[in-house]
Write a protein that binds this ligand. Structure first.
Ligand code: COA
Length: 277
């Protein structure tokens, strides 16, 4: 496994098409300080265009995925430094939401442990989330005098049902990975010792697909959520044309040829043969 670059608070390792992005402040339970926001922004920017990275997995070093914003360094530490606060806050929103939500490659949150407060933003931004059954989730803000801010309350509305979101926002009750799966906040939970293998299995499945089409598919779904029907129709029509013209694999034509002319496959049962000429 190749370690790509040594950031101060983030480790990036690459292995067989998967970029493992590891929040790396285990002694602080991977709480997000300003440096971590700057490091994550840089790491994701590089991975966006990195040819060796087909799928990005975000996980945490030690017993925690991410303990939310760093109360000492992100909040109190910038209370009297408005410039640093602005820079950190911008970087924080940029990587946790804007970059991740529409990242050009598939993204998986592999939640190995604690996931609190501000960590819900990248959790929900990722395309997939798989957690250890004993991971602990919590919207703890209510317990220390604030509400889930920094977009958390907004993105929760996309990822949790109204009753569940209100319950956890207003009680701050923690819940485990099994409950997170039941709430559909994550895709599924597995025993901790299977977490990595399950994540690799999903990443490999995604790597078998045409990457250009995969990108378009997630962009269409994610952007259209906030459009009205006319806008969505227009957007999808334009996007479909752009995809047909720019897909280096010409997946649409190849798929149709293999189904209609060559009768070599069934799209309902699997993907077209990307290697066939
Ligand atoms: N901000 C700043 N420091 C944090 C932190 C956070 N969000 N989460 C953990 N830390 C620090 C602790 O202060 C402690 O630092 P210290 O060793 O200098 O005292 C260190 O990380 C280890 O934390 P500790 O509480 O001893 O670990 P634990 O395993 O017993 O508990 C948590 C882990 C995550 C349950 C607990 O640290 C916690 O509740 N953190 C806050 C979570 C939160 O409310 N986040 C929302 C922020 S938006």
């Amino acid at each position: 496994m190749a370690e790509v670059k040594d950031f101060k608070t983030v480790k990036v390792e690459k292995d067989q098409g998967i970029a493992w992005v590891i929040l790396n402040r285990p002694e602080k339970r991977n709480a997000m300080n300003p440096q971590l926001h700057y490091d994550m922004l840089e790491a994701l920017t590089e991975l966006e265009v990195d040819k060796d990275s087909k799928v990005v997995v975000i996980t945490g070093a030690g017993p925690s995925w991410c303990a939310g914003q760093d109360l000492r360094e992100y909040f109190r530490g910038t209370d009297t430094n408005p410039v640093e606060r602005r820079k950190a806050s911008w970087a924080s929103q940029e990587w946790r939401w804007r970059r991740l939500f529409t990242f050009p490659k598939p993204t998986i949150a592999m939640v190995n442990g604690f996931c609190f407060g501000g960590a819900f933003t990248p959790l929900i931004a990722c395309d997939f989330a798989i957690a250890a059954e004993d991971a602990i989730f919590g919207l703890s803000e209510i317990n220390w005098g604030i509400f889930p801010g920094g977009l958390v309350s907004r993105v929760l509305a996309d990822a949790m049902c109204y009753r569940d979101a209100m319950w956890y926002i207003m009680t701050g009750d923690p819940f485990d990975g099994k409950k997170a799966a039941e709430l559909k906040l994550i895709n599924y939970a597995v025993p901790k010792e299977q977490l990595r293998d399950e994540t690799v299995k999903l990443a490999k499945k995604l790597m078998e697909k045409n990457p250009q089409v995969l990108r378009a598919a997630k962009e269409v779904f994610k952007y259209c959520r906030n459009m009205d029907y006319n806008q969505a129709e227009e957007y999808m029509s334009a996007k479909g044309t752009a995809l047909r013209l720019t897909d280096p694999e010409k997946g649409r034509e190849t798929g149709m040829k293999q189904f209609l002319d060559e009768k070599t496959y069934r799209p309902g049962l699997g993907a077209y043969n990307r290697e066939a000429k």
